[in-house]
Design a protein around this ligand. Structure first.
Ligand code: GLU
Length: 304
């Protein structure tokens, strides 16, 4: 057994025994009943090999991890024009905060808070019906992961459509400031569906390979854009917990309220971890702890 496999097995065993597992997101009713006892991890290395441990083959709702893929698609399609509509600064506020958006006149702080991701989805809808945009999105995920068995969970999307009042408020506020080009219900329909994509840890780690920048791994974007997406993951990928994640883990990561985190170790690996219980900032409690331990065991950090 490789050293890495032994490390993943040890971490999965430690996480299985962890007493404090955080709290499953219940503001999306379909997610409220997920068993918080689950934990999975997958690592794809720069040489193309991979290792997994725990519930790495269980599908989970990727939620805001989707924002990394839609940002990559939007940058590929629109290039730097996107930055006229969304900023690149950490928000220091909750993922769904309305306060800052009004204060800053409808320009979201970054593409990873909800308001910013809604603008990115709106940009992807340019010239495309929501169904086509979601088709392109699924094609991107499947191509990146080299796996066609990736789908959107309609019940999760519907559940969020029925209860996503804060996201509707954000979309209307963006519209009021002229920063939405399509009707809020169209944009949110697409946004809720992109968030409702389900993947396993193994599929997500594979899909993240294009952000690693290693000769053996797929390249879907220019190196300059890969670096920029990593910079945004580092500074903004965990909402108002981004500083804490950078401090503890030292690697770019993007979390979702389904409990998944995609972590990139530049030039070395893509890591996906999942445990549904969240901390106070809406980031996976055990997922964060697990990647902190993995990074320490492997000596992985962007800080040398
Ligand atoms: N669909 C969720 C929302 O918009 C995503 C939030 C998250 O994963 O952080 O509220």
């Amino acid at each position: 057994m490789s050293d890495l496999q032994a490390i993943l097995d040890r971490i999965a065993a430690e996480m299985a025994a962890a007493p404090d597992r955080g709290k499953v997101a219940d503001y999306i009713p379909e997610l409220a009943s997920i068993d918080p006892g689950q934990f999975g991890i997958a690592v794809c290395l720069a040489d193309g090999t991979h290792c997994t441990a725990g519930d790495a083959e269980v599908r989970f709702s990727i939620q805001s991890v989707s924002k990394v893929f839609t940002l990559a698609m939007a940058l590929g399609r629109l290039g730097d024009q996107l930055w006229a509509r969304v900023g690149r600064e950490p928000s220091g506020l909750a993922f769904n905060s309305i306060l800052q958006l009004e204060h800053e006149r409808g320009i979201p702080r970054n593409p990873f808070i909800n308001a910013g991701a809604i603008v990115v989805t709106d940009a992807l809808l340019s010239g495309h019906a929501p169904r086509e945009m979601l088709g392109d999105y699924l094609r991107f995920l499947r191509h990146a992961a080299d796996d066609d068995d990736i789908h959107i969970n309609e019940s999760v999307a519907r559940s969020e459509t029925e209860t996503g009042h804060r996201n509707f408020a954000l979309a209307h506020e963006l519209c009021a400031h002229g920063n939405l080009q399509h009707p809020p219900d169209h944009v949110l329909g697409a946004y809720f569906h992109q968030c409702a994509a389900e993947m396993t840890c193994r599929q997500l780690a594979f899909a993240g390979r294009f952000l690693v920048n290693a000769p053996e791994l797929p390249s879907l974007l220019s190196l300059a854009r890969v670096r920029r997406i990593n910079a945004l993951m580092m500074t903004c990928g965990h909402y108002d917990g981004s500083g804490e994640f950078a401090f503890r883990v030292g690697l770019p990561g993007k979390s979702g309220v389904g409990g998944g985190i995609l972590v990139i170790v530049p030039s070395r690996a893509a890591v996906a971890v999942w445990s549904p219980g969240l901390n106070a900032q809406g980031n996976s409690q055990l997922g964060t702890l697990a990647v902190e331990r993995l990074a320490r065991a492997q000596g992985w950090s962007v800080f040398g």
